[in-house]
Design a protein around this ligand. Structure first.
Ligand SMILES: CC(C)(COP(=O)(O)OP(=O)(O)OC[C@H]1O[C@@H](n2cnc3c(N)ncnc32)[C@H](O)[C@@H]1OP(=O)(O)O)[C@@H](O)C(=O)NCCC(=O)NCCS
Length: 157
């Protein structure tokens, strides 16, 4: 039941969730970075309020998923939902909370006209990649490209 000691619920992110997200991220990454999360949460709340979600267990925020609906970027006219960052407190994993936050975001994206949901993942991060595969995401025909700017330039000719 929502809001009870044992109950879980999914709801849209709000500004008051920043401290909980900082705590969850610190548990996952070992790094305390309040400024980063204040900036990211503000960014997503401004860009697409109602898209990003948090998971509560026993009235406490134990997970988050941030993203937004975009159109016209990279020449992709069709609106699509983007999932950027997410995390579940290690003590609360395997309870379907990640899947439920994803479902809530997808419902928001579809209501905004999206016909696809996109993200970028480090293939070496098997935990995150495995979770995304389990949700139904698969490799895209779009390819992520990058060039290091901190390495010594190599001969291009
Ligand atoms: C990935 C993560 C979000 C999964 O959350 P969760 O709430 O435990 O996932 P769920 O219980 O909703 O699982 C949903 C599905 O994903 C699968 N899954 C979850 N974690 C998985 C993993 N590590 N490998 C493979 N599949 C996985 C589950 O088996 C389930 O599939 P099923 O429904 O077909 O059985 C969580 O483990 C996490 O926060 N990891 C760290 C993420 C991170 O590094 N974030 C950095 C900050 S951005």
């Amino acid at each position: 039941m929502p809001g009870t000691e044992t109950g879980t619920r999914i709801r849209p992110l709000d500004e008051l969730d920043i401290d909980a997200i900082v705590r969850i991220d610190e548990r996952i990454s070992g790094i305390y970075r309040p400024e980063i999360w204040e900036q990211r949460v503000g960014f997503y709340l401004r860009r697409d309020p109602g898209a990003s979600q948090v998971a509560e267990a026993g009235g406490k925020v134990v997970g988050f998923m941030l993203g937004d609906l975009r159109a016209g970027e990279f020449g992709l006219e069709e609106p699509s939902g983007w999932i950027e960052r997410f995390g579940i407190d290690p003590d609360q994993r395997g309870k379907d909370l990640g899947r439920q936050m994803f479902a809530a975001m997808v419902a928001h994206f579809q209501a905004g006209g999206a016909r696809s949901v996109r993200t970028l993942v480090d293939r070496k991060d098997e935990g995150v990649a495995g979770f995304l595969r389990a949700l139904g995401l698969s490799p895209s025909p779009l390819e992520a490209l990058e060039m290091r700017l901190d390495a010594k330039p190599t001969e291009s000719r």
